[in-house]
Design a protein around this ligand. Structure first.
Ligand code: HEC
Length: 156
């Protein structure tokens, strides 16, 4: 009994630590790095799917299902990193354009559109035929590109 009470206290103590960290305001440069990390992972898991859709790599359903599921979660992660506090952050390199904080509605719409396409991809990858999956990979890629077009500095 006593032992159980002790064990129950451990996760609680750990949990409280995390809550405290969550309430402390994240530093702008940390937010920038985190949003870039989420984007990098999106690239990691979306890249192979784009290759398959373009016929550059053989179609592999298991990879598509797994990567699409990861992407479904990742597609929700970068956005709180574009906090107002990061607008004038100069200590880290960023490709985020000022339009993000000027045209906030449009930026939000681009996020929502992308999240919808990514979540549709996760669905279709499980049940759809290869052609339908490839079409949805294309639609998802367009959502990435559309937002980059308006809100990310052109890459050299
Ligand atoms: C709603 C807008 C939006 C969508 C959708 C979006 N991105 Fe981005 N992405 C950005 C912005 C803005 C940056 C620049 C972030 C920065 O440098 O602070 C970025 C940066 C990146 C980077 C560079 C990360 C780094 O380390 O600098 C990669 C890679 C990337 N995106 C991949 C993707 C992929 C792949 C998708 C779709 C699966 C996607 N993005 C969808 C807005 C978006």
């Amino acid at each position: 009994m006593t032992k159980n009470v002790w064990l129950a206290g451990i996760p609680l103590a750990i949990g409280v630590g995390y809550v405290a960290a969550a309430f402390a305001q994240a530093k702008p440069e940390v937010l920038v790095k985190q949003r870039q990390a989420a984007m990098t992972l999106q690239g990691k898991y979306f890249g192979p799917l784009a290759g398959m859709a373009q016929g550059k790599a053989p179609y592999n359903k298991d990879t598509v299902v797994r990567n699409a599921e990861f992407l479904g979660a990742l597609s929700k992660m970068p956005w709180d990193g574009f906090a107002e506090s990061t607008k004038d952050e100069k200590s880290v390199k960023t490709a985020a354009l000022p339009a993000i904080w000027k045209d906030t509605d449009k930026f939000k719409q681009a996020q929502q559109h992308f999240e919808e396409e990514a979540s549709k991809l996760a669905q279709v990858s499980k049940n759809g035929d290869e052609a339908a999956v490839k079409a949805q990979i294309g639609a998802t890629g367009k959502a990435c590109g559309g937002c980059h077009q308006d809100f990310r500095e052109k890459q050299q």
